[in-house]
Design a protein around this ligand. Structure first.
Ligand SMILES: *[C@@H]1O[C@H](CO)[C@@H](O)[C@H](O)[C@H]1NC(C)=O
Ligand SMILES: *[C@@H]1O[C@H](CO)[C@@H](O)[C@H](O)[C@H]1NC(C)=O
Length: 323
């Protein structure tokens, strides 16, 4: 299942259970609505986005493919690949790097701090092993301690990244001996696979700010306390002007948007609303309601998005550098 589709389904399921049957979902609209005018129906839009995520080709080409194939997703994908070969469309037009490595993203959040880490291994099989997950936990705890040891800047948020070699040298955690690289070596020895402490990000905020977070494909292991593991993760730093009651829910939705829409910058509320290819977060169509922009979704709630971090497990070096 594509990332966007599974993100939407999980939100629909939540909404449905909350409204307990009082909401009737509209039945899917027929594809011919797509041709009817400039305004795409939401089902056509969803199909388009799905094709884009799946193939990485441009909005225009995906639209052309769906039109040519009368809305048949499978045929459209085949058509796109044929055209790409024929016309030599460059691979550089791909949305983001393909997965080259397995592993996990780990999220650890406390009151005013949050960390996101990536640890890689060779196979998905090993990433499901508790010993590997405990290594991710050590990395997350070590990063959290590092973040907490940095002197507070009381007026605004702070954000930092740690690369592989910086992570290797961090102390492992409050009740563990040694550095993270010792724990890495132990895990490699126990599990017999090569592993990398790929990277970490940390965020710390003063009052008046909030860190929204989301992990996609989340698994929760009771023995790992509040560590959340998955294949994608996002932190969204918000500034809030008023006392907010629903920040947790809003923060989660913003994180989902960042995971699904992969923005490259925040942008500003003055930006023109962009299309599917938009990379400025506030001008992007909002993941859960593409008829408005993300900016139009957050502004009325008295919240400003000021920064974000997005990790995708195994994303290529080029994609990381582009950010
Ligand atoms: C990691 O970051 C440190 C400090 O910024 C830098 O000196 C080092 O070259 C980096 N290492 C790698 C492998 O990028
Ligand atoms: C393990 O992976 C790292 C990072 O990709 C690499 O530098 C190292 O050579 C690998 N080690 C082995 C034993 O393959």
């Amino acid at each position: 299942m594509s990332l966007l589709l599974s993100l939407r389904l999980c939100v629909v399921a939540r909404t449905e259970s909350r409204l307990a049957g009082s909401l009737l979902l509209p039945s899917p609209q027929p594809w011919h609505k797509f041709h009817a005018g400039p305004q795409l129906s939401s089902s056509s839009k969803e199909l388009l986005m799905k094709l884009r995520r799946r193939t990485g080709f441009s909005f225009v080409n995906c639209k052309k493919a769906l039109e040519t194939c009368d809305g048949d997703l499978k045929q459209a994908e085949i058509w796109l690949h044929k055209q790409a070969q024929k016309e030599g469309w460059s691979k550089a037009a791909k949305l983001h790097g393909r997965k080259t490595k397995e592993g996990l993203i780990g999220l650890l959040q406390e009151e005013n701090t949050a960390v996101l880490v990536e640890v890689n291994c060779e196979t998905d099989f090993v990433s499901r092993n508790l010993k590997f997950q405990q290594l991710v936990q050590q990395v997350a705890l070590g990063t959290m301690l590092h973040c907490q040891s940095i002197k507070d800047q009381l007026s605004t948020y702070s954000k930092g990244f740690l690369n592989s070699s910086e992570l290797s040298g961090l102390p492992a955690g409050p009740d563990r001996e040694g550095c993270l690289k010792d724990h890495l070596a132990l895990a490699i020895g126990k599990l017999g696979e090569n592993m990398t402490l790929k990277r970490a990000a940390w965020v710390k905020v003063p009052s008046g700010f909030y860190i929204g977070s989301y992990v996609h494909g989340a698994m929760h292991s009771p023995s790992l306390h509040n560590l959340v593991l998955g294949k994608y993760g996002a932190l969204v730093i918000c500034e809030t002007s008023e006392q907010q009651v629903n920040l947790q829910d809003l923060g989660r939705r913003l994180g989902q948007h960042v995971v699904g829409m992969a923005p490259l910058s925040v942008g500003s509320l003055d930006d023109e609303p962009g299309g599917e290819a938009e990379t400025k977060m506030l001008a992007q169509p909002y993941l859960l309601d593409p008829s408005i922009t993300l900016g139009q979704y957050v502004q009325p709630q008295g919240v400003s998005v000021v920064d974000f971090v997005r990790f995708e497990c195994g994303e290529s070096e080029e994609a990381v550098e582009a950010e």
